[in-house]
Design a protein around this ligand. Structure first.
Ligand SMILES: NC(=O)c1ccc[n+]([C@@H]2O[C@H](COP(=O)([O-])OP(=O)(O)OC[C@H]3O[C@@H](n4cnc5c(N)ncnc54)[C@H](O)[C@@H]3O)[C@@H](O)[C@H]2O)c1
Length: 305
């Protein structure tokens, strides 16, 4: 395979670092840009490329070529209510990235959108549904999709692929604090002997997707022939009770859930992706069921203890 040059924004974060390591493993030259506002250098131990510490809202490098950009940098805390800041970092900075790509003849940009764009749309969630975001985070991602569509229409020589990630979990999310996946938070509670705490009555369902499938979706996006926005998910909704049952099984425990009141008015009851378009446009199909993902993740987490 030809050695290529890639830029990963937000590359010190959870998903960005996993993408960067996969590209490095494939023998490519990888540069990371991150302002370290929500990450830790420990995610990058073993990374062999350059790391530019910069706020992408304020700075993009000049006169550099990359074969593609993976744009992961964002405010990812869905409970942040500072609307201006959310829009600046998620939308305005994305415009900077697109303009930087166009100015430097970079023909492919793959960026992180979100299932948060769907809100309470019915399942399975398809890309043709009208976005109904329920918070400023989901709104910012929906605007990113609009910006990408219009930019692609004005730059026909570019391929811009938006990936609507659903609930991602797996190694590398250790520095996300209260917004880390439920798998990680519940694992930590349970491994310290506490009963797992979830919202009543644990039957809310999510399309939980293992990080290796998200990395796969990004690699598949390199093959897309035209600009598009597609789902990146497992394609199967599962309940929080299922997650606890699988954690118990893989951790050798029998801890009963402790059900607590849900304080969030905008909490989605169910998310599940339709993956038809993702398959058609990028060839993506997931490799991980919840059973396989949790089994692999628990093994990794047990080794970290
Ligand atoms: N994790 C999920 O379940 C999920 C679901 C849907 C969408 N997404 C999207 O995927 C992308 C990656 O998410 P993640 O889970 O890895 O989150 P993360 O918070 O671990 O990573 C985001 C990274 O962006 C960096 N960053 C933030 N603002 C920046 C700025 N102005 N300039 C430069 N760097 C900046 C942070 O320091 C961090 O390293 C985000 O765009 C997020 O919105 C994630």
């Amino acid at each position: 395979m030809d050695k290529k040059k890639y830029l990963v924004t937000g590359g010190a974060g959870f998903i960005g670092s996993n993408i960067a390591f996969e590209l490095q493993k494939q023998g490519h030259e990888v540069t990371i840009m991150d302002d370290f506002s929500a990450s830790n250098f420990k995610n990058l131990l073993g990374f062999k490329g350059d790391v530019i510490a910069a706020d992408i809202f304020k700075f993009m490098p000049e006169d550099v070529y990359f074969d593609a950009i993976f744009h992961e940098a964002a405010i990812t805390d869905t409970t942040v209510h500072d609307q201006k800041r959310m829009m600046e970092i998620n939308v305005e900075a994305f415009k900077n990235v697109l303009c930087f790509a166009a100015a430097n003849e970079i023909k492919r940009v793959v960026y992180a959108s979100s299932a948060g764009t769907y809100g309470q749309n019915p399942c399975p969630m398809t890309e043709s549904q009208t976005p109904m975001p329920e918070n400023i985070y989901g709104f910012s991602k929906a605007v990113m999709d609009n910006v990408a569509r219009d930019f692609a229409a004005d730059h026909r020589d570019m391929v811009i692929v938006g990936l609507r990630y659903f609930n991602v979990y797996g190694p590398g999310e250790y520095y996300k604090g209260h917004i880390a996946s439920m798998m990680y938070q519940l694992y930590n509670q349970m491994s310290s002997g506490k009963r797992p705490r979830i919202f009543k009555m644990g039957e809310q369902m999510r399309d939980f997707v293992y990080i290796k499938d998200i990395v796969k979706a990004n690699m598949c996006a390199l093959a897309a022939k035209e600009s598009c926005v597609v789902n990146a998910a497992s394609g199967k909704a599962r309940s929080y009770n299922d997650v606890i049952a699988l954690l118990n099984k893989n951790m050798g425990l029998k801890l009963e859930p402790e059900y607590i009141d849900n304080p969030y008015p905008f909490f989605q009851l169910k998310t599940e992706a339709d993956l038809t378009l993702a398959k058609e446009k990028t060839g993506y199909a997931p490799d991980y069921t919840l059973e396989k993902g949790i089994a692999e993740y628990v093994e990794v987490l047990n080794k970290r203890k």
